[in-house]
Design a protein around this ligand. Structure first.
Ligand code: ADP
Ligand code: ZN
Ligand code: ZN
Length: 738
């Protein structure tokens, strides 16, 4: 008789292998699914998540046993676990890597689920009657009186009364008070009222409240139209029904200003999670969501993995923002995954933007999403006036025309603030030898055919590559001809800062880009110091969103011409969004705003359409072009990328991968539903950080077709001998083809 099979655990481990790993475990059972375990793996120990249980194969060699179970109860279960299974299938990534991506780093490492409660002090029976015996005006008496209205947490007591801790201990000894653990959600400040919604806002609020179950919705509202107000009302409705809310915001959008506004208005603790927090803080937010204590979670991309046991609403602010797409590891799109979760949870998902992505807009206009619109600015604010400044044949000072400099001077004299937008940090984009034409190129990113200029920084003293980070001092003389006539060409934010600071002496000039504000709070501090006084802000797209600048009356846009001629199919969409968002920073409060757009291509159709017809006119034209060209949203793409030290192996791997796709299609099936393959070809940036890069693009009209082909061919691709000579990755729904 064969030996009876023992139950085993099938564990998802964070490894790039598309399979689960079997382990023996005492008392293994269905209750283990979703719990973390520590397991031996070769000479190492790994933390994984139990994905399934099964029975051992009595014929197989004996399994290794797990080292420990790390959780009392499943950490990943129900809707979240199912959605993550979906994500693994959709990205064609190993489940173990997907689950590891979903967990905060501390939990991924195997640390216990952290405590999330706060400590509070409560008046006991004895204290409620006995406090009158305390000397009037003494600290213990005052503390007891404070606690008569209800327990107070320690943060609140710190704010209310100096020296309360000593008094509390004295009272505790007499049994008058006790220290108790309370979920953070019970310590709520009273909510403050906001402005009364206008008719359009009210209609949107009502439409969201009317949904009972999954409903994808686009809230399409011009900049400053009060979208955030609509979210706040929808969130308050949801909280009143006893449900949790998840709010996703772009990396740059999660400012202390925004959190303050949420906290003040909602009257519940708001749990934030973003890359500026340490591992412990992120794990605490995740744990608070898991326990249902966090009622409102506001976070950047990875917050989409927050457990939501009592979900009622998901909001994705600035849904078009590029930071929602993870560009390495598991290449998920947080907006798209939020929709998947909303569907699984049966809750409305509100996507908000003044410049919706073409995908979302297409879904809204075709009726797949509810389409809510806010067509004008809220309150007293008026839309900004946009003017094109034609600079052909005009002299420029650090890229700025005389007309622009005059307008800046006038705005400052009028007591306003000015934003000069240039999406290029550094001093100048190129260092050129005026005598022989040599220019400084990145040795790790250029090829003999296509060079990559290094950006000039620090007023010309340093060179830096913006693609790989490579730095070196500027050469004192031209390496080719020894000439000393090395000149920075073009303008970056640093050079604009230099020129404007010299010209507008005594006016604060702040440069805000990744070079000047490495840390998240640095920008807030700089803007805080400026306050409402007249001044000039110079910045890259970091300034296009996030912080509200009520004093801004003039926005100057310089040097967008490069973006007009980019080859990427999404370049125009991104440029249009950026222009509208930057322009939308002007005149958001009482004072009217003006936007000057300086260009050498005043007749470019993109600019003409955008200025005459606005974003929606642009989007309609762009969608028609995408449809004609067979690009998203009218086709679905997947990009297979490969890179290696030498140029040959990536192309060889992708050629073999192409064969694998052709094999699964079958040479004679004549199946025209199979995805179209283009490539292998060198990537638009054929070399980066010393690696040669190539790609193979798959495109299909139907999502199913694309995924069927990937599903059929990927096992063979994983097994290719050529795969071992390259680093390769698959990007489903790539946002750009770089
Ligand atoms: P958005 O999120 O669309 O950019 P906000 O919600 O931040 O817009 O609103 C822009 C500004 O208008 C804010 O200062 C906000 O307080 C104000 N605001 C919003 N709705 C109203 C309203 N109904 N009445 C008056 N002011 C409003
Ligand atoms: Zn030279
Ligand atoms: Zn480089």
């Amino acid at each position: 008789m064969p030996e009876p099979a023992d139950p085993i655990l099938q564990v998802a481990l964070p490894l790039p292998l598309p399979r689960l790993f079997d382990y023996a475990a005492e008392g293994a059972g269905a209750g283990d699914v979703g719990r973390r375990v520590r397991v031996p793996f070769g000479p190492r120990e790994l933390v994984g998540v139990v994905a399934a249980t099964g029975a051992s194969d009595p014929a197989a060699p004996e399994l290794r046993a797990i080292l420990a179970r790390l959780d009392q109860a499943p950490l990943l279960h129900g809707e979240l676990l199912e959605s993550l299974h979906w994500l693994a299938r959709y990205t064609h990534a190993p489940l173990g890597e997907v689950l590891a991506t979903a967990l905060p780093a501390a939990l991924r490492r195997g640390e216990p689920l952290p405590d999330t409660h706060s400590w509070a002090w409560r008046l006991e029976e004895a204290g409620a009657t006995g406090f009158t015996g305390l000397r009037a005006g003494s600290r213990p008496r005052r503390l007891a009186e404070l606690l008569r209205d209800g327990a107070r947490d320690e943060d609140a007591l710190d704010a209310l009364m100096a020296g309360w801790r000593l008094a509390a201990r004295a009272l505790q000894r007499r049994g008058f008070v006790d220290r108790i653990a309370v979920p953070a959600s019970e310590l709520a400040p009273a909510p403050q009222p906001g402005p009364a919604p206008n008719d359009e806002q009210q209609a949107a609020i009502d439409a969201i409240a009317a949904e009972d179950g999954f409903a994808p919705m686009l809230l399409d509202g011009v900049t400053g139209s009060g979208k955030t107000e609509v979210y706040l009302h929808a969130i308050a409705d949801c909280l009143a029904r006893g449900r949790q809310v998840l709010v996703l915001v772009p990396e740059i959008g999660l400012t202390p200003q925004l959190l303050q506004r949420f906290r003040a208005r909602l009257g519940v603790p708001v749990h934030a999670t973003h890359s500026g927090l340490n591992d412990g803080e992120r794990a605490r937010t995740w744990a608070a969501a898991w326990r249902g204590e966090a009622r409102v979670v506001v976070g950047t991309r990875s917050a989409v993995f927050a457990p939501l046991p009592e979900a009622g609403l998901i909001v994705v602010d600035e849904e078009h923002d590029g930071s929602y797409k993870q560009q390495d590891g598991i290449r998920y799109h947080a907006r798209d995954f939020a929709l998947v979760r909303g569907k699984a949870l049966g809750v409305p998902v509100v996507l908000g933007s003044a410049t919706p992505s073409l995908e979302t807009l297409h879904n809204a206009t075709s009726g797949r999403y509810r389409y809510l619109r806010l067509s004008h600015r809220a309150g007293a604010a008026r839309p900004p006036e946009v003017r094109v400044v034609d600079v052909r044949k005009r002299p420029l000072d650090a890229g700025l025309s005389a007309q622009m400099l005059e307008a800046i001077g006038a705005a400052l004299a009028d007591g306003g603030q000015v934003l000069v937008f240039r999406n290029r940090r550094g001093y100048a984009p190129v260092l050129l030898c005026h005598d022989c034409g040599w220019s400084a190129q990145c040795p790790r990113c250029g090829t003999p055919e296509v060079g990559r200029p290094m950006t000039v920084h620090a007023h010309g003293r340093r060179l830096q590559c913006h693609h790989c980070g490579h730095r070196r001092p500027s050469p004192p003389a031209c390496p080719d001809c020894a000439s000393l006539a090395l000149q920075p060409q073009g303008v970056g934010t640093e050079r604009i800062e230099e020129v404007l600071a010299a010209r507008f002496d005594g006016v604060p000039v702040l440069r805000i880009d990744r070079g000047s504000t490495q840390r998240r709070d640095a920008m807030q501090r700089l803007l805080g110091e400026l306050g409402a006084q007249p001044g000039i802000l110079i910045g890259t797209q970091m300034l296009a969103k996030g912080h509200d600048l009520p004093g801004l009356t003039l926005v100057c846009v310089v040097g967008i011409d490069e973006g007009l001629h980019s080859a990427d199919f999404r370049a125009h969409e991104k440029l249009a969004q950026l222009l509208i968002q930057v322009a939308g920073r002007a005149g958001r409060a009482q004072r009217p705003g003006q936007v000057l757009l300086q260009t050498h291509h005043p007749d470019h159709p993109l600019l003409a359409t955008l200025i005459d017809g606005g974003y929606h006119a642009f989007a309609a034209e762009e969608l028609a072009q995408r449809e004609a060209a067979g690009f998203p949203p009218f086709a679905h793409l997947a990009l297979l990328r490969a890179e290696a030290k030498h140029a040959g192996p990536p192309l060889a791997f992708l050629q073999a991968a192409r064969m694998a796709f052709e094999t699964v299609r079958g040479p004679s099936s004549g199946d025209d539903a199979a995805p179209a393959l283009s490539g292998p070809m060198p990537a638009p940036m054929p070399r980066r950080a010393g690696m040669h890069r190539a790609q193979l693009l798959l495109s299909a009209e139907g999502r199913r077709t694309l995924h069927a082909a990937l599903h059929a061919a990927l096992p063979a691709i994983h097994a290719l001998p050529e795969a071992r000579k390259v680093r390769w990755s698959l990007d489903v729904d790539p946002v750009d083809l770089y």
